[in-house]
Ligand binder design. Structure first.
Ligand code: NAD
Length: 483
């Protein structure tokens, strides 16, 4: 049975779409149709932005509610999200191929956790701060919601990424128009059902699915005050240009080509589970994965063997099976892109130690075997460009200084990791890596700590209190000297 929706969640209610086109969700595992939703149009975006604008501007509306009152409404939202958590995970898995155990962690758990974290931060924050001045008076400094937010998200971790934006934006008092990616619409509509059931006020959250053109239309919409985008660097640049012309604040979470630095004392075999989670998670389709593995020359052969054995040991198959470690890529197009990179790696002379093709015995679905390249340097195309698939390059280095310099020799700066038997030593090296985030002997996005990139990985931060600030503006009221 397919999952089909006839209406869009706009202005707090299920509404007929302006157009008649539909987005069809295809299983990357079976290649069969699994559902469909109305395709949003510019008219739907206009209606969504108008409703978010009205909700934001209302004198007694969401933006002006006391944060504790918003927290109560958001708690109802969190409860409704939790009651749909298992189905959220399932829908993500059947749409994008994320292994179900991972969807149960990331996609089922993160949304409610983030909603509670940010509404708690807001509820506990003082309403304003009064600062004694140097010129006789004082200043009242307050943080206000920035306004109507356009949020655009990719398909790879769709619900967690959605809530990196929604949770702080809504807690801060903003209203949101969300444009999910075409590949993952069914989870977005389930999330909208949770919002409707929680009784979020009309216009606070609107969901309009569509492709790149609809996203571009939303970004340039005159009714918006802020754009928050996660996706490719190419799209981020286009969005940044539009926002520059409009002087519109924008947060950009973009691509990456992060490095795992294995120090010469590393016990990789003891860390394999964390190493897998930092390099090949979600079939290689996560922006922060360490996909360049920097190995000390003295231990190069042994490390290549260990990583090759790891890749060979991973169970490939139906992502709804809890034992599956590697599911299919999200689309035929994505598989073609990854296969193109594998061909390029071989053509440039890198040695394929395992993988490189489609798994035997699976005759449908967009699968690619976990693939390891060795005997290449950091100038190889597969070491420089983001592949977004289960492909790792193991690059040798001579000493720590060279390892850091290879790690930093990238146009990107989003993630990374350092691995050693001595966590202090690894931490010292981690602090030399030019990147927004680096993990020591593991990599986990800690909700209380800021996450984001430098260089062509974007700017602005999500998670932590920093994310809340990105949805706020500051007003200063100069108070007169006391009489
Ligand atoms: P993409 O940029 O093609 O699409 C992402 C989203 O943006 C989709 O909703 C798409 O419809 C929309 N979009 C595309 N072009 C647009 C434009 N010009 N204007 C407005 N909206 C536009 O990316 P993708 O291929 O779907 O996702 C994979 C990319 O996302 C990878 O590069 C990955 O590294 C990146 N990513 C980054 C992070 C992060 O936090 N830094 C997280 C996940 C994914």
């Amino acid at each position: 049975m397919t999952i089909d929706y006839g209406q869009l969640y706009l202005a707090g209610t299920w509404t007929d779409p302006a157009g008649s086109d539909r987005i069809t969700a295809i299983s990357p595992t079976t290649e069969e149709t699994i559902g469909s939703v109305p395709r949003g149009t510019e008219a739907d975006i206009d209606a969504a932005v108008a409703s978010a604008r009205t909700a934001f501007d209302a004198p007694d509306g969401w933006a002006r509610w006391h944060p504790k009152r918003r927290a109560e409404a958001l708690e109802r939202f969190a409860v409704e999200l939790e009651s749909r958590a298992a189905e959220t995970a399932r829908r993500v898995t059947i749409q994008n191929g994320m292994p179900i155990w991972l969807a149960q962690q990331f996609e089922a758990g993160f949304p409610a956790l983030l909603v509670r974290y940010y509404s708690g931060l807001m509820a506990d924050a003082p309403e304003f701060e009064t600062r004694p001045g140097m010129l006789g008076g004082s200043a009242l400094v307050e943080k206000l919601p920035i306004g109507v937010v356009g949020a655009i998200v990719p398909w790879n971790v769709p619900q967690a990424i959605t809530f990196l934006k929604l949770a702080p934006a809504l807690a801060a008092g903003c209203t949101v128009v969300l444009k999910p990616a075409e590949e993952t619409v069914l989870d977005a509509f389930l999330m909208a059902e949770a919002a409707a059931a929680a009784g979020l006020p009309a216009g606070v959250l609107n969901v309009v699915p569509g492709g790149r053109d609809l996203g571009a239309y939303l970004v340039s919409h005159p009714g918006l005050d802020k754009v928050s985008f996660t996706g490719s660097t190419a799209a981020g640049k286009a969005i940044s240009r539009t926002c520059a012309d409009l002087l519109r604040p924008v947060t950009l979470e973009l691509g990456g080509k992060s490095a795992a630095i294995l120090l010469d004392d590393v016990d990789l075999v003891a860390s394999l589970e964390s190493f897998f989670a930092s390099t090949l998670l979600n079939n290689g389709q996560i922006c922060w994965l360490s996909t360049r593995i920097l190995a000390p020359r003295a231990r190069y052969g042994e490390i290549v063997d260990t990583i090759t054995d790891l890749a060979k040991s991973l169970t490939i198959g139906d992502p709804t099976d809890p034992d599956t470690k590697i599911g299919p890529l999200v689309s035929a197009q994505q598989r073609a892109r990854v296969e193109g990179y594998i061909a390029k790696g071989k053509a440039e002379g890198a040695r394929l130690t395992t993988g490189g093709g489609r798994p035997d015995g699976i005759d449908h679905g967009w699968f690619v075997e976990p693939t390891i390249f060795a005997d290449l340097d950091n100038n190889a195309t597969v070491a420089r460009e983001e592949i977004f698939g289960p492909v790792l390059s193991v690059i040798p280095y001579s000493d720590e200084t060279e390892a850091v310099s290879i790690a930093n020799d990238s146009i990107y700066g989003l993630g990374g990791s350092v691995w050693s038997a001595d966590a202090d030593r690894a931490t010292a090296v981690a602090r030399k890596v030019q990147s927004g985030t680096v993990g020591v002997n593991h990599y986990v996005n800690e909700p209380t700590a800021p996450f984001g990139g430098i260089k062509q990985s974007g700017f602005g931060r999500e998670l932590g209190p920093e994310a809340l600030s990105s949805f706020q503006v500051i007003r200063t009221v100069y108070l007169p000297p006391a009489q």
